[in-house]
Design a protein around this ligand. Sequence first.
Ligand code: SF4
Ligand code: SF4
Length: 487
Amino acid sequence: MASLEEQRRIDQQNFRNHLATVNEEGKRNWIYPKKPSGRYYKARNIVALLLLAFFFSGPFITVNGNPLLLINIIERKFVIFGVAFWPQDLHLLLFGMLTFILFVVLFTVVFGRLWCGWACPQTIFMEMVFRRIEYWIEGDAAAQIRLNKQDWNLEKITKKVSKHAIFYAMAFLISNLFLAYIIGKDQLFDIITDPPSEHIAGLSAMIVFSGVFYGVFAFMREQVCHFVCPYGRMQSVMLDNNSINVMYDYVRGETRASVKDRYQLENRKATLEDLGFSANEQFGDCIDCYQCVKVCPMGIDIRNGTQLECVHCTACIDACDSVMDKIDKPRGLIRYSSEDAIREGKQKVLTPRVAGYSGILLILLTTFITLLTLRPDTETTILREPGTLYQELPENRYSNIYNLKMLNKTFKEIPIEIKLEQPAGELVSLGSFTSIAPQNAAEGRFLIQLSDSVLTGQQTELVFGIYSGDKKLETVTSGFLGPANNN
Ligand code: SF4
Ligand code: SF4
């Protein structure tokens, strides 16, 4: 039979053997986190309000007439912070994505999961919207447990029905907004106002999205962070001993002992051994009150060290700070810190790993901004009409026929003029266009007539300038086919 002291140690290691959200029969352990309060919770509320305001107004904000954000996968149109991207800009998008992923990795290496706790939509909607609705209707954790245990009566039916009705309404609203980011607010407005039969696909997407969001926030909850989110799963690769995380200061906190144990010792009602401690045990500041565990929406005990489940929501910091205030000890037994800072008492931010990542990030960012700045407003291809040869004209002149395809990547109409810049020759339009509508493609045909004196062989390179007024938008090259014996 294990001694009290051994039992205490076994209990403290037991967290490694099971998931906090799974019970011994392998069923879901529903988490009832106590409502948090404190300075971090207040700050997170303000950040969440700002982010929610941004999210809800995003589809309606325009920059120079363009939507702020549009991720239209169906029509392959992307607008990020007012800058339009087209399928032809795939290299830019991939580059931007690579830069963003590296930024996330670097940020995580230094600041841990700050994103998860403060800015992730899953945490913000779950903790700041759905959980608050739940507290408002069903009460704090203890009241929720009581309600779930009690028989179905009018109170339980009213609370459960109203909670799930509001949850579904919120999920419906969120899914509409997501759809607005995908198809744009105008198309969304059409789906809402037109007869349902005209937008079967759009309405089906709305219903599916609403169901998914409702399922995530009403039932899946922390399971999304544990099992679905790839960022959460990658934490162990990204974090090191200098990463800043929500940490329990075990140097200061251990050995933990409850207020009751301390009282018994102080009043000589029990010895250290009686209470399961070793003879020379020194007590730390943790009074083993479990307040940090009770508020945790992931159901974990942060005193066991950094864990994959922890989303750095800071609820345990607030809970422990209020305990420290009550027992007259300094705040910060649980705080933002790093493994090394707690063990050695000093925080290193600029490690070789951080410096290396920062250098690569700087190179990627500079390249991305340069590519973005140099990107032309139009994308033009000029190709000789397939299957045609040159045509001989009087006075030793030859002509080729060309197809022109042009894409306007901007949100404004662009007047267009095409000039043959090299070699000297004549461009004869065959019903080409003079302007391109916003976000549109246009096609046209023209002839190029060259004198044999400018031909450099069977193939002569042509250089075209694409102009809008006096502004040159692009330089495009193509080939001119002449007679084989021409040198
Ligand atoms: S351990 Fe603390 S910071 Fe981590 S999820 Fe739980 S309450 Fe939030
Ligand atoms: S809230 Fe603070 S004092 Fe209480 S158990 Fe957690 S770490 Fe210990």
